[in-house]
Design a protein around this ligand. Structure first.
Ligand code: ADP
Length: 472
């Protein structure tokens, strides 16, 4: 469940929302409290100011003593009710209470008595009815002496207001929270729908419909690269699947021909009683056909190992002149049979590679140059260094290859039609050559003139270690 992106998004939102909301509530609470206290302080200041003003006017008329006695009676309505939550008292510098608001007097209570000269001071304390009050203390100097005014306003209403604010916020919080969570859940589901569509489409792809592709138009920008890479992956899978299918069908086709030949030899030979000589000849022909089948099967095995990279090339120092000498010696008898003259020229050149693989490459190319040559033709093998490569050119005077076929002769099982009438073959040799050469970081190219001959050029990188003339 916690692996779901939707659930993760909702949980993340839940965490962020809770932190943000709690911080907001704390901030608003303290901000509101400080505003309300500031307003209470302003109110107390104006009350104390009004009282001090009144007394200073009366002092000018010499009536300050009288006014202090009458102040309680003339106090405004908010001070009139017993413990109304609004209080004042006036104290002499000796600490005697000279006047009190009726709200105190009627309950026979007083505010805390302070002595000495006080600059305006504000504090939050407990009032005469046990309520929380905001209190102001200020001393004003009169001709008759210093009088300290102490005024207090209940904060109970203010705290009630703040509490109801908190209650409202606390009621709203779960509602906003639930709606937002549901919103995030729905939104994330909507945002992830293309991913679900992708995965359902991908899930339906089998070997039957490898041509299916993901639609990259109209999907969110974040998913476009996914669709593009998936589509290109599918294209290469489809191509490789088609290649494998083609390979299998070509292989079966190639093996069917010798099998049919063997079958017809057997049928014809067994059709009637024959001499021992006839049977020997038939078995010889069958044996030759089986050799051809073995050759095809071996090559198919090499190709499949090259494809699956199960052939392990052992890179060692290989002197190409040595390898070419061996190849020439191996093919010499069949070349001599056909009257083809082979010539090898070049200096000793060492590369890093698999000796067996490199030998296979040149055996195939040189064998072809004899196989597809005219009787009494020539094969010229040259080895040279060019830039950082060892270059081997095998030129023959054979039947040549039409220009239109040149880039197909490296395909598996591909044989030029003219060649079929000249000699038997599997059409696999050059594809093996190409794979091995590429595996060694090299390249193979061909140029040809039909009726005149062909030239195969193999480039193999010179290993840095062996760039200088090798000294074995
Ligand atoms: P195979 O020789 O067994 O048919 P290859 O893969 O070695 O298979 O060669 C593929 C085809 O390329 C040959 O069938 C032939 O048509 C053509 N080919 C290769 N080498 C030569 C050459 N030296 N001269 C003319 N054609 C050639």
């Amino acid at each position: 469940m916690f692996n779901s992106i939707k659930v993760k998004l909702v949980l993340l939102f839940l965490a962020v929302f809770s932190i943000f909301f709690t911080a907001l509530e704390v901030f608003l609470y303290y901000e509101l409290e400080s505003v309300v206290i500031r307003l209470a302080d302003e109110h107390l200041k104006s009350e104390v100011g009004a009282l001090a003003n009144l007394l200073s006017i009366e002092e000018k008329h010499g009536q300050i003593e009288k006014e202090l006695q009458e102040l309680s009676a003339s106090a405004s309505q908010v001070y009139a009710d017993k413990l109304s939550g609004h209080y004042f008292q006036i104290v002499s510098d000796k600490g005697d209470i000279l006047a009190r608001s009726p709200s105190l007097l009627l309950a026979n209570k007083s505010l805390p008595v302070v002595k000495g000269i006080r600059a305006p001071e504000f504090s939050t304390t407990t009032g005469p009815a046990g309520e929380t009050i905001r209190m102001m203390v200020q001393t004003v100097l009169f001709d008759a002496g210093a009088l300290t005014f102490i005024a207090g306003d209940s904060l109970e209403d203010t705290y009630d207001l703040i509490s109801s604010f908190r209650r409202i916020v606390l009621y709203i919080f779960p509602a906003v929270f639930i709606i937002s969570c549901a919103g995030v859940f729905i939104l994330s589901g909507w945002a992830l729908r293309p991913v679900e569509e992708f995965s359902s489409k991908v899930g339906k792809i089998t070997e039957e419909n490898l041509d299916e592709r993901l639609e990259s138009r109209g999907v969110p920008a974040e998913l476009k690269p996914l669709a593009t890479s998936f589509n290109s992956m599918m294209s290469s899978i489809e191509a490789s699947f088609a290649k494998q299918k083609q390979f299998l069908s070509d292989a079966s086709h190639e093996l069917r021909t010798p099998t049919t030949i063997i079958k017809s030899f057997c049928d014809v030979t067994l059709g009637r009683e024959r001499s021992a000589e006839d049977y020997r000849n038939a078995i010889k022909k069958i044996s030759a056909t089986v050799d051809r089948m073995c050759d095809i099967i071996n090559r198919i095995l090499v190709i499949s190992r090259l494809d699956t990279k199960t052939i392990r090339f052992k890179p060692v120092r290989v002197d190409l002149l040595d390898v070419l000498g061996d190849v020439v010696r191996l093919i010499e008898p069949s070349a001599a049979n056909k009257g083809v003259e082979m010539k090898l020229t070049g200096a000793s050149t060492t590369i890093r590679g698999d000796r067996e693989g490199i030998t296979e490459v040149f055996t195939n190319i040189v064998e072809n140059s004899v196989k597809y040559n005219r009787p009494d033709g020539k094969v010229d093998i040259k080895l040279r260094r060019e830039n950082n490569n060892a270059v081997v050119t095998v030129t023959d005077t054979g039947i040549g290859i039409p220009a239109s076929e040149l880039d197909r002769i490296f395909d598996r099982f591909y044989r030029v039609d003219e060649s079929r009438s000249v000699t038997v073959g599997s059409g696999l040799g050059l594809s093996i050559v190409k794979s091995i050469v590429e595996e060694h970081g090299g390249s193979v190219e061909v140029t040809s003139t039909p009726g005149e001959g062909s030239a195969f050029e193999v480039c193999l990188p010179l290993s840095h270690e062996f760039k200088d003339p090798p000294n074995f």
